[in-house]
Design a protein around this ligand. Structure first.
Ligand SMILES: [Zn+2]
Length: 206
């Protein structure tokens, strides 16, 4: 028998939706998880809104998983857009899903937090925590500060250990200097999730 004490913290209609941050290193299946979540909502007749940062040019207006599944984004967000206004143009939202959330600005993360709080709609943001130099993306750092619920999605390094860092390769060679944002698949840039030991080894070899 569980506690008989009421778990309610207020009136029954005061359900509080949360801002969720699901983070990981590259290639853990974040977009696959997003597309699965969208499917689960829609299977129950509920509408989701998918937000994609416009800076992520990979896949155009679609979010694309490595497994091959893809979905059209409902909102392509530029850094100067108001998330609140963009969401106000959508109807009957049961859940907001954000792909590559590390590219959303801190101010837009604040908007998502207050949207979840005030509109009672859960917002699930998927993204990287840090860049290829182990520095937090501003949007990801704001998510770590604000999200009600934070969960790490796990992936593995080439050595079999858990990967927590992101290595950037240009023309197949690891690089440790450059701009924070360089899109996967463009200008011969690719990423590999690494454990700290392997990251350190590759960095020492440069
Ligand atoms: Zn490793």
């Amino acid at each position: 028998m569980g506690s008989t004490r009421s778990r309610s913290l207020g009136p029954a209609n005061s359900f509080m939706a949360k801002l969720y941050f699901r983070y990981s290193a590259m290639n853990s299946g974040k977009t696959t998880s997003l597309i699965q979540t969208a499917f689960n909502y829609q299977e129950r007749g509920m509408r989701v809104v998918i937000i994609k940062p416009a800076v992520d040019s990979k896949g155009g207006s679609r979010v694309v998983s490595r497994l091959g599944a893809s979905r059209k984004a409902d909102i392509l967000l530029t850094p100067t857009d108001s998330v609140t206004e963009a969401l106000a143009e959508q109807e009957s939202i049961s859940c907001v899903l954000v792909d590559e959330a590390q590219f959303i600005t801190p101010a837009q993360i604040d908007e998502l937090f207050w949207y979840a709080t005030n509109q009672h709609v859960p917002v699930i943001a998927y993204g990287l925590r840090t860049d290829f130099q182990t520095v937090g993306f501003p949007g990801a750092t704001r998510l770590l500060e604000l999200a009600h619920d934070i969960q790490e999605l796990k992936t593995i390094c080439r050595c079999g250990k858990k990967a927590t860092l992101n290595g950037r390769k240009v023309n197949g060679i690891f690089v440790f200097n450059g701009d924070q944002v360089a899109i996967d698949g463009e200008q011969n840039v690719e990423y590999e999730s690494l454990c700290a030991n392997c990251y350190q080894t590759f960095k020492a070899a440069v």
